[in-house]
Design a protein around this ligand. Structure first.
Ligand code: NAG
Ligand code: NAG
Ligand code: NAG
Length: 305
């Protein structure tokens, strides 16, 4: 997704003026990159970190989750380290960081969003206050092998991949080997998805109901779901708002309230209490302007909300 990130930074926040100085109300921030990105390279989340410090003031502590001993391992882990392992590792990093002990806000990029949600559900201490999900795939996607490019991926290509992977993705070796297989959600094979996905159907309470997940998710102050309305990487884009197809076809989107995930994870309560916030912005995957970010996301980071 490097190219995507480059697209993102083509918006060029570098030129913006410094924000007001830190109000000291900002909680620390934990962020987690997406597939094909890294925690720290300057052309990746490294410069996003600078951007956050720019707008929140230099007092704010920003931690970018890195899985592995170095940036290269971190990059590879985005593909090849099982999400359950990655989440456990992230939980340890967060729990052992003295600067995070009074709570933090979290920002997930793409798959980093569902990983951070798993952190909230599995590791409630220290407390995650607001979770910002930028283009996350909370109900998985039907096409996990979307090419990391700026131009569009046609739905024909997606369907081709899907047919090819009909069975392969749910075999245990691929679930163990490839991160993206664990949140691949074949709309035509709901039952198989539920039973074979080794990550997503668990954190979505679709296989078994884990009441701890429901209780922990409720502890969030706000869960902000950002959907990119012109996203050609993620299909369906509705998964960025925690929605998916009505089971066993792939055209009609099921209303959130009716989905198993919503019922079993208590999402309907979170919608009713306005804990879940739905935001939409024009643009392709992870492409937003700094102006949009400052207007719509900053209030969740600077202590206003
Ligand atoms: C923020 O904290 C720093 C050091 O802890 C302090 O010097 C500064 O005055 C504080 N700023 C505000 C706006 O409270
Ligand atoms: C439910 O989730 C919690 C937190 O991850 C875990 O400790 C517990 O073992 C899970 N319970 C079941 C029945 O899987
Ligand atoms: C992006 O998507 C929105 C909503 O579907 C649409 O109205 C708009 O024309 C699209 N913009 C571009 C540049 O494709």
């Amino acid at each position: 997704m490097l190219k995507i990130i480059l697209c993102l930074f083509a918006f060029g926040y570098m030129g913006i003026s410094l924000g007001e100085d830190a109000t000291n109300k900002s909680l620390p921030i934990v962020m987690w990159h997406g597939m094909g990105d890294t925690c720290c390279f300057s052309f990746s989340l490294g410069s996003f970190r600078d951007f956050l410090i720019n707008i929140l003031g230099s007092n704010v502590y920003v931690k970018s989750i890195r899985i592995g001993n170095n940036v290269v391992e971190d990059y590879e882990s985005g593909y090849f380290v099982h999400p359950n392992k990655q989440v456990e590792n992230a939980c340890q990093q967060i729990a052992s960081d003295p600067k995070l002990q009074n709570g933090y806000n979290a920002i997930g990029f793409s798959q980093g969003s569902q990983f951070l949600r798993a952190v909230a559900q599995r590791c409630p201490e220290p407390r995650m206050n607001n979770l910002i999900s930028l283009g996350g795939q909370h109900q998985g996607k039907k096409c996990v092998f979307g090419l990391p490019n700026c131009p569009s991926l046609s739905s024909k290509t997606c369907d081709k991949f899907r047919k090819m992977l009909n069975y392969a993705a749910y075999t245990s070796w691929l679930q163990d080997y490839l991160v993206q297989a664990t949140y691949w959600h074949n709309p035509l094979k709901e039952e198989i998805y539920r039973k074979s996905s080794t990550f997503l159907s668990d954190i979505n309470n679709e296989l078994n109901i884990n009441q701890t997940y429901v209780e922990n998710l409720k502890k969030l102050n706000k869960f902000v779901l950002v959907k990119f309305s012109n996203d050609t990487i993620v299909q369906p884009i509705d998964t960025e708002w925690f929605q998916f197809y009505t089971p066993n076809q792939d055209r009609v989107i099921q209303p959130l309230a009716e989905s198993n995930a919503a019922k079993n994870l208590g999402l309907n309560d979170l919608v009713a209490s306005n804990t879940i916030v739905f935001l939409e912005t024009e643009g392709n995957h992870l492409k937003f302007t700094t102006e949009w970010f400052k207007k719509n996301i900053l209030p969740y980071l600077n202590g206003e909300i």
